[in-house]
Design a protein around this ligand. Structure first.
Ligand code: AP5
Length: 221
């Protein structure tokens, strides 16, 4: 299994790019945030537990997240290319992922965006309630206000994209990020992407970085 992880602050554009890569290149895309929100929607015990953390901008405990991602990876075929978006978030999660030969991370990519832009990106984010297509009210607006260009679904705002919760999420990110970056930099598999550019430019560079990495190290299907 070839695992690529997307690292970066909330709002740095990981989800936007991960969805495109999964569509274009057939990667198995796991977004832990999307998975938790799906559990909340279904009203499961996990969803109820996760909501208490998400709504405050705090991280869900490592044990819960590690079990969730391990269960998901069991469904991927052995030669599959996997994209993890939002996991790992802590050193304990990164080490758990690398603790088994079959799930060790090949490439990690850090999305770099100036902090001053992140609050605007997050509070202006909207996504389609039907197909989950991401938008931004200023940067990536839909053609018809409030409606998805792709399926006509209603656009909604995440409950944790209010300014107060966003500020807390950014604080939590800063607290965990240094040791996570240090961990991947020491493994010499960390690439950095300037994510303060157009979605298309970033997409092109990402494809290039990933193809180059796997050409040198593995083969991408
Ligand atoms: P999660 O859903 O993972 O949220 P996040 O990491 O905070 O990341 P975001 O989804 O907010 O941002 P993104 O980088 O994907 O940006 P996006 O592409 O949407 O997690 C939510 C919560 O779940 C966490 O707070 C935590 O409680 C819990 N959780 C999840 N995983 C966990 C874990 N492993 N451990 C513990 N707890 C966990 O873009 C943002 C906006 O910018 C959009 O509007 C988009 O349209 C716009 N945009 C994107 N790219 C560009 C661009 N190039 N130019 C202009 N605008 C752009």
């Amino acid at each position: 299994m070839n695992i690529t992880v997307f690292l970066g602050a909330p709002g740095s554009g990981k989800g936007t790019q991960a969805k495109k890569l999964a569509q274009d290149k057939g990667f198995f895309h796991f977004s832990t945030g999307d998975m938790l929100r799906a559990e909340i929607k279904k009203g499961t015990e996990l969803g109820t537990k996760a909501r208490a953390y998400i709504d405050k901008g705090e991280l869900v405990p490592d044990t819960v997240m590690i079990e969730l991602i391990e269960d998901s990876l069991l469904r991927v075929r052995r030669d599959g290319n996997v994209l993890l978006d939002g996991f790992p978030r802590t050193l304990a999660q990164a080490k758990a992922l690398d603790s088994k030969q079959s799930t060790s991370v090949g490439l990690s990519i850090l999305f770099e965006v100036p902090e001053t832009l992140l609050i605007e990106r997050l509070t202006g984010r909207r996504s389609c309630s039907q197909c989950a297509e991401p938008y931004h009210i200023v940067f990536i607006p839909p053609k018809v206000s409030g409606l998805c260009d792709k399926c006509g679904g209603k656009l909604t705002q995440r409950t944790d994209d209010t300014e107060d919760v966003v500020k807390r999420r950014l604080e939590v990110f800063k607290r965990q990020n240094d040791e996570l970056l240090h961990y991947y930099a020491s493994k010499k598999n960390l690439a950095r992407i300037d994510a303060n550019r157009s979605v298309n430019d970033i997409q092109q560079e990402l494809s290039h970085v990933i193809e180059q990495w796997y050409t040198l190290n593995h083969s991408v299907n």
